[in-house]
Design a protein around this ligand. Sequence first.
Ligand code: FES
Length: 163
Amino acid sequence: MAKVSMVLNGKSVSADVEDRTLLVGFIRDVRGLTGTHVGCDTSQCGACVVHVNGKAVKACTLLAAQADGAEVVTLEGVGSADNLHPVQAAFREHHGLQCGFCTPGMIMSAIDMINRHGAGNLDEKTIRHELEGNICRCTGYQNIVKAIKAASDQMAGMAQAAE
Ligand code: FES
């Protein structure tokens, strides 16, 4: 067993888990945050993407013990039903989801790519390249790309307005 502590969505949490417990298992099964999905468990689909210390990570590729001491953010930590993150709002507005299974990972990857490239600096080719690790089984990529581009541009406008 391993004692794992982390800051999860801004809250300090800890639990004793089996050494083999994956971060995605810690998030879903130990903490009950089921917004992070498991599509493959083998690092193929991207449904499990969360942010670890500010970077997008497939939570099925990391042991919970490897995230000990880390700051972890899941979909539940980026917005709420009453206060959607601009990326979540853009997915809703541009119909960026079909069955919705890949959506949590898509949104977490999208926020990460906007953070890395800077809001307003994403074109379609870059977004498609960045999404290589996220699979949509409905193959609805067109509206996902549109939603990410719109969110990126909107966030750039918000940043300008705040200056
Ligand atoms: Fe982690 Fe598919 S569940 S990449």
